[in-house]
Every structure is written in C-alpha cells, then in structure tokens.
Write a protein that binds this ligand. Sequence first.
Ligand code: ATP
Length: 430
Amino acid sequence: METPEAGDGAAVPQKKITLVSSPVRAIIRMRKKIRSLRNGCLPLDLPSRRSTDSPKSGMRRQVSMESSVFKTSIYEKPNIFKFDSPTLAKATLSPQLRKSKRKKSRPVLYPDNHRKYLPVEQKSKAMRCLILFILIVGFQILNAIENLDDNVQKYDLDGLEKTLKREVFGQRFAIVKIVDIFNDYLATHYHNKPLVISMNGPSGVGKSHMGRILAKHFRSIMDDDFILQYYVRYKCPEDSIVTLCQEDLSEMISSMISRAEMEEKIPFFIFDEVEAMPPPLMDVLKGFFQLNQTNEYLNAVYVLISNLGGNEIIEFILENSTNRARSMDNDLRQVVRSALVEHHSIWNVAEIVPFVLLEKKHILQCFLDELLQEGFYPDQENIQNLAGELNYYTINETKYSTMGCKLVVGRVNLLHPVHSHMDSSGPRGS
Ligand SMILES: Nc1ncnc2c1ncn2[C@@H]1O[C@H](COP(=O)(O)OP(=O)(O)OP(=O)(O)O)[C@@H](O)[C@H]1O
C-alpha cells in the first residue's frame, strides 16, 4: 500500500489513496468496533486533536493505524487489543515534526506558464569586447617582440659571438658585454641616443683585433658603405692640420649617416688609436654623440679603441688576481671610466668595455693560431719555447703577458726559412 509520505505534496497520489482506502477504512472501523465491544474497551477518541489536525494528516494517521491493525491481526494475535493513548507532548509535537519533514521534502511547484529551470546566463557584450581588446593587445605585443627579434636577427649577433669566442682569446667578459650592448641597441631602428662603445686595455690584448672582426662582420651583413674604420695615426698624422682633419671627419660621418638613413641602416664608425686623437678632433666626435640632434644622428654606432686606461687595468688585475667574481667586472669599468673622463669628457656617454691582461695559456693559443695560419706544424714543444721567450707578470703562479699577443706575429715570422738563414739561432719551423 502506498503511504501518504511517498506522494507528499503531489495532488494525484493523494486522490488515489482516498479512493482506494475508503472501503477498507469502513471495514476496519467495523472490525475495531466489534473487537472493542468484545473486549469491553472503547477506542480512544480525540476530537480536539482531530479538529486541529489537517484532513491530510488525519488521513495519514488513520492509514498508519489501519496498517498496524492489519499487521497485528494477521501476524500477532494479542489477547487484549489496546490503542496507544498518545501523551499530550506527543500529540502537540508530532504535527509540528511532520510539518517540518514535509517542508523539507516539498518540491517547488512552478506555474505552468514559467520555465522549471534557471534562465541561461546571457554573456555580457562588454565582457566580449574586453576579451577581444586583450587579444588584440596581446597580439600586438607578440608582433612587436617578433619585429625586435627580426631586427636583431639580420645582424647575426649569434654568429658574431661565436666568431669572437673562437678568435679572441682570454676576453670572455668583453665579448659578452659587447654582444649584449649590440643586442639591446640593434633591436630597433629608432633610438634616443647614438651607441658609443669604448674598448680599453693594455697593449696587445686584442682590442684592434676585435675591432677588425667587428668591421668584417658588419661589412658582410651591410653594405661596405656603412662601415668606417678610422685609424687616427693614418688619417690624421701628427704633422697634419687639425682643422682639415676636423672637416674631413665631420663630412665623412655626416654623409655616411645620411646615406644610411635613406636605406634604414645603422652606420658603424670604428676609431682605432684614439689615444693619438688630437682634442679638437675629439670635440668633433663629441658633437655627434649629443642627444639633441635630428633622428638620423641618433641611429649610429661609434666604437672607440684605445690603450688609455690600460695602466689602471694592469694595476687592478694584478691586485685582484685571485678574485674572479663577476662584480669585479663592474668595479674595473668604474676604475677605467674615471681614468678616461680625466682625459676627455667624450667618455661620459660611452659604454666602457675593459680588455684584461692575457695569461700565458692565451699566449700559447695565439702562437698555435699564428703558426697554423702561417702553415707551420703546431709542435707543442716549439710553442712552449716561443711563449717562454716573452715577458710576464707573475702573481700567485699565474703568468700575465706584459705585451699580450702583440709580439706573436713577429716571432712566428722569424720562423720562415729566409729569417732562419739570416738568424740560425732562432726557433725553426717545419
Ligand atoms: N686576445 C687575443 N686573441 C687573439 N689574438 C690576439 C689577442 N690579442 C692580440 N692578439 C693578436 O695580437 C695582434 C696584436 O693585437 P692587437 O692589435 O689587437 O692589440 P691591441 O690590444 O690593439 O694593442 P694596442 O693597443 O697596442 O694596439 C693581433 O693582430 C692578434 O693577432
């Protein structure tokens, strides 16, 4: 039999129960009366409770009673049948409990003309616009980064770095610094200042050597027209008229910058032997390094090579030979800058790249390289002998060459048969 709880709140099942149970109820009522008459007990009537109860709860109580009567009559056979007389507390509490129970399980009834599910959330148009805007901005950022990469890629700075690491010995910090500077500057064609790099160091440590590699590299990428190598002692010797040198230099730089601007290129000016540059010529350069110029003058790279500051570098390295911390590089740069600024204010705007003393192991590399270039057999003993003939500063068993690799070319040249004949005591090549 279906209990009222099962269909609680639903109208249809209630109706069914009422129809099915009315004859049964009549039978049960009759049987109850007969029994009570037989036993002499009257069923407890609670008119007051019935009147307060809702018809539904009354019906439910009756059905439960009927089922218990059925059970009792079929399975148990009590001698005396008695209804439980409900206590007052039970009588007052039970309807409340039932009500709360019913409340919990009561389903929500929607009117027929309404949907029985939550309305689908409408996506706001503003949100869509915001997402679109974010996508556009993100795309533009990616595009800009890609453009920067494209700019740098055309200068093949990775290739340049590899070449420098292969051909310039013992100058790791200088190589990394120079490539970093180029990477930053060459990423875009529009600048707010020209790039000025100053390569300083003692004699024979590879400054001019690096300058030549840079010139060769950028010539291979750009037109020869946009690379100027200016050797001060050659272009403006001591006995020349400085004003003419000034005009000449100014004209060379200006015309190259104008041509480069038309082709959207960045011109490179490499000045070697700057220590020999007369101050009026330096003033001309200083004029080009200014920030308050038209745009094309801001798109240019100047490399100044000199042995100015070389003595300060030697001193610094010999004093700090055991300290190889990266911070030493910054300290050394500061030392060199203060020495250079005393010489001319042109170095105030320059990126300083110090070249350090070469150790004996680098001198051995220079000899090996030079012997191979000149077609000699690279005999290790011979190389050791050649390197042993040079002078070194010795600090804590580390030997620093006093003249770098400057004398290497000359020594290897002596190995050629012509020289061997002339000087039979010198080292012999194969
Ligand atoms: N670090 C180095 N690695 C490879 N070769 C080097 C290095 N330093 C010097 N050399 C060799 O020695 C020669 C002379 O060096 P370089 O002209 O570069 O010296 P420098 O530092 O410019 O000295 P200076 O200030 O006296 O001109 C170079 O042609 C090169 O063959």
